[in-house]
Design a protein around this ligand. Structure first.
Ligand code: FES
Ligand SMILES: [Fe+2]
Length: 344
């Protein structure tokens, strides 16, 4: 994997009294100062992790492992064995523990060394970093921190009434996750990039700001004339979700941006439809096919812009009111990297 060159950017100088001055303040890039935003990041698809499976995944500028024990629980830990540094992703799962390929030390569900193969006492400091993790929407998620600061968003319908399919886009995006997230408060981009025509004025006044993100609803016509009545939102720096009517049909979509390394992320997505019962297989397939088409088209409309942008909020206008507020939210967002020393 090549690393995108990162150049320290000098502060943007603006003439005194310029009304855009307050936006001339860049958002910290992921990895700046050795820290990353404390958000939930997708790690792998649930369907790729059968009991006994163990995979290595790039995460937070290092490497983590994700495995599923015989108890069915997916766990995310740092990848390198504290003994001599062997990569645990080439080891194996034994019950609910991970065994290192090199000298066969075993790590328990808390990440502590439970046993050494030759019977020496496990050194107390021999432990992995265990990420807070959860499995939802067909995706395994890990939180960058010792404990989660918030939870994933819920759809307006309970999970038991929904059918969900999940996806991973293999080709990484060449920007930080928050840059993709910043498209949701960017109402101008909805219009010009995605061909959405709001029924009323731009919905800045309808934005509901919460401790860990925001959401807002609007009615609009999509580029092909389909009426939409959507609620869209962002949680943290790495989760987008939307739900509501597309034409006559309720659709939900949730996208998570996996933090691979500074300046690079990978997109995971889950699509949700209402469960119309066991006889409705053909209808379900048709709804998922339509939703997938919409998802691919929308992400592809954004892709090249995101892969080439040097994000630089220098001159925002009134149309960028909500975007400006999200950028301010990002500037104050908690950042840390407690797993840092464990991941390399
Ligand atoms: S390096 Fe893992 S047990 Fe020795
Ligand atoms: Fe977009």
């Amino acid at each position: 994997m090549t690393t995108k060159a990162r150049v320290a950017r000098p502060p943007i100088e603006l003439p005194e009294g310029n009304p855009a001055e307050r936006f001339g303040n860049p958002v910290p890039a992921e990895g700046d100062g050795g820290v990353f935003s404390q958000s939930w990041f997708p790690v792998c698809l649930s369907e790729e992790l059968k009991p006994g499976d163990l995979h290595g995944v790039p995460f937070l500028d290092g490497k983590a492992i994700v495995y599923r024990g015989s108890d069915g629980v997916a766990r995310v830990m740092s990848a390198y064995c504290p003994h001599l540094g062997a990569d645990l992703s080439i080891g194996r799962v034994v019950g609910n523990e991970v065994e290192c390929r090199f000298h066969r030390w075993r790590y328990d569900t808390a990440g502590r060394c439970a046993a050494t193969a030759i019977g020496d006492d496990p050194p107390p400091r021999a432990r992995l970093f265990k990420f807070p993790s959860q499995e939802r929407y067909g995706i395994v998620w890990a939180f960058n921190g010792d404990a989660p600061l918030f939870d994933l968003p819920d759809f307006e319908h309970p999970d038991t009434e929904l059918l969900v399919r999940s996806y991973r886009f293999d080709e990484p995006f060449e920007c930080d996750p928050w840059i993709f997230a910043a498209n949701t408060p960017d109402m101008q981009h909805f219009k010009v990039v995605h061909g959405i025509r709001f029924d009323d004025e731009d919905p800045h006044k309808l934005v509901d700001w919460q401790d860990w993100g925001f959401r807002y609803g609007f009615r609009a016509d999509h580029q092909d004339g389909t009426p939409i009545q959507w609620t869209v939102g962002i949680r943290g720096t790495s989760i987008f979700w939307q739900e509501g009517l597309y034409g006559e049909t309720w659709l939900g979509g949730l996208v998570g941006f996996a933090m691979l390394e500074p300046g690079r992320h990978r997109v995971f997505a889950a699509l949700a439809i209402r469960d119309a019962g066991p006889e409705a297989g053909a209808l379900h397939d048709e709804l998922f096919a339509g939703a997938e088409h919409l998802m691919h088209r929308t992400i592809n409309e954004d892709r090249e812009i995101l892969n080439t942008i040097h994000y630089r909020p220098g001159t925002l206008t009134r149309g960028d009111t909500t975007l400006g507020r999200y950028l301010e939210f990002l500037r104050g967002f908690p950042r840390a990297h407690p797993a840092g020393p464990f991941l390399r």
